[in-house]
Design a binder for this molecule. Structure first.
Ligand code: PEP
Ligand code: CO
Length: 483
């Protein structure tokens, strides 16, 4: 992997004529406005001096500058108050008083931002959340890998097919998936299209989750439209119990206004600096910077170097942060990440998302948890049972075995049980559609079935039924852990 600095042309330039200090637009203009210190503003560009990985080579410097200017002038996607609220929810999860459910595509695509696909993903997350809440009697924080999960790290900068080598696909916000020189060229216009696609996705999510669709009294309707399968039949049974409980409480005179709306947070990997930097604004209440492209940002396994650009940039923001931890993570690395990203040991600030692999988690996770017990930090621990379990079939499909996913989840709970720490959440790649991308599950998807509906441009996702099955399993583990 090569380390290189961001070239001059890719640097964010403040919009000319911007009334706010140093070209950073304030997040909102309610009075009184607290301005940021000059050192805070300058610090937001310190990452440019540091080694950086996984950025595209943009062919046109002026076009990148123009796209950055435009992004910097557009409204934020999220507000600082919502971000603060999420931080306090995550603090509860870190204490074992809530559980994080984070799910969505590996790579969202512009073409996939349709009402139907967004609705199916939201429904799937809501169904999983109900299974977890009811099964384990715990509040569930709902978060989508949605409305901005457009940029992908790649293991190689290029891809070769039939003797032709082109730039690797880095996600729709950078280039196209089609294997032609035109499509694979990094196109700065996609930065702005990414923003607008995120806006329309988040708008629909907000409408669904605030406008009555997510009302717990709709618990049955979220199950409609999916092909009949054992997991959603099991869900029907649970939904009937919830229905009965709600009717009983209504008959007792309980006020269920609280059930009408759910909090649903957005998240994505903080990877593409030409997007994240111009989306960063100063909160007028506090004079501190927030990345307004999402509520929650995580730093990936490939870009979490302690002296690298990503860790430096995100360390300066107020958003709650995640960091992926693979099986080779040392205790020392973990402790230094805590010092860098959460120096004040702020509740809810830092989430470790472990992605060890089913065969490794039982050895790799306990030493990290033991070390945390002796440290003065309380990060939230979340399992990503997807990214350590990839395999490629002889026919060339990237896939994962559902059994490995389940086994990693079990290993995660076992490790926390043994050490006495809190298993605080799950992070999964899923879709609400009936795709055939991961092997197994009770539909018994096998290698010959993979081809029938494989749609992911990146990693394989759990389909609707596999997602529900996993939720039932996690609910049992979590219920057992808490009970
Ligand atoms: C991802 O979450 O899509 C991803 C690339 O994960 P990781 O950084 O853990 O490999
Ligand atoms: Co992925």
């Amino acid at each position: 992997m090569c380390l290189r600095s961001v070239p001059e042309h890719a640097r964010f330039q403040p919009t000319a004529g911007n009334p706010d200090q140093s070209g950073i637009r304030v997040l909102d203009h309610s009075e009184p406005v607290v301005l940021a210190d000059e050192s805070v503003i300058a610090g937001l560009d310190y990452w440019r001096k540091l080694p950086i990985k996984q950025q595209p080579s943009w062919p046109d410097a002026d076009a990148v500058r123009a796209a950055s200017d435009e992004l910097a002038s557009l409204p934020p996607l999220v507000f600082a108050g919502e971000v603060d609220q999420l931080r306090s929810r995550l603090a509860e999860a870190a204490q074992g008083e809530a559980f994080l459910l984070q799910g969505g595509d590996c790579a969202e695509t512009f073409a996939g931002a349709t009402a139907e696909q967004i609705r199916n993903r939201v429904k799937t997350v809501l169904q999983m959340a109900v299974v977890l809440t009811y099964g384990a009697s715990v509040p569930v924080i709902k978060m989508g890998r949605m409305a901005g999960q457009f940029a992908k790290p790649r293991s190689s900068d290029t891809e070769t097919r039939g003797g032709v080598t082109l730039p690797a696909y880095r996600g729709d916000i950078v280039n196209g998936f089609d294997f032609t020189p035109e499509s694979r060229a990094a196109d700065p216009g996609r930065l702005v299209k990414g923003y607008h696609t995120a806006v329309s996705t988040l708008n629909l999510i907000r409408a669904f989750t605030q406008g009555g669709f997510a009302d717990l009294r709709q618990v049955h309707s979220w199950n409609r439209g999916f092909a009949q399968n054992p997991a959603n039949q099991r869900y029907e049974g649970l939904a009937a119990e919830i229905d009965r409980a709600i009717k009983f409480m209504i008959a007792c005179g309980a006020d269920f206004d609280e059930l009408k709306r759910v909090e649903f947070y957005s998240s994505h990997e903080g990877l593409l600096m030409d997007y994240e930097r111009p989306m960063t604004r100063i909160d007028s209440r506090t004079g501190t910077p927030y990345d307004t492209s999402a509520h929650f940002i995580w730093i990936g396994e490939r870009t979490r170097q302690l002296d690298g650009a990503h860790v430096d940039f995100f360390s300066r923001l107020r958003n709650p942060l995640g960091v992926k931890l693979g099986p080779t993570t040392s205790v020392d690395d973990m402790l230094r990440l805590i010092d860098k990203l959460d120096p004040d040991r702020e509740p809810g600030r830092l989430t470790f998302i472990t992605r060890m692999g089913a065969g490794k988690i039982r050895d790799a996770l306990p030493p990290l948890l033991e070390a945390i017990k002796d440290a003065d930090a309380t990060p939230l621990w979340v399992t990503d049972p997807m990214h350590g379990n990839g395999l490629t079939t002889p026919t060339g499909y990237k896939t994962r075995r559902f059994d490995d996913v389940v086994d990693e989840v079990k290993g995660f709970f076992e490790a926390h049980r043994a050490v006495g720490t809190h298993p605080g959440g799950i992070h999964v790649e899923l879709t609400g559609d009936d795709v055939t991308e991961c092997l197994g599950g009770s539909e018994q998807i096998d290698e010959s079935t993979l081809a029938s509906r494989y749609e992911s441009l990146c990693d394989p996702r759990l389909n609707h039924m596999q997602s529900l099955e996993l939720a039932f399993l996690v609910a049992e583990e979590l219920g057992g852990h808490r009970g």
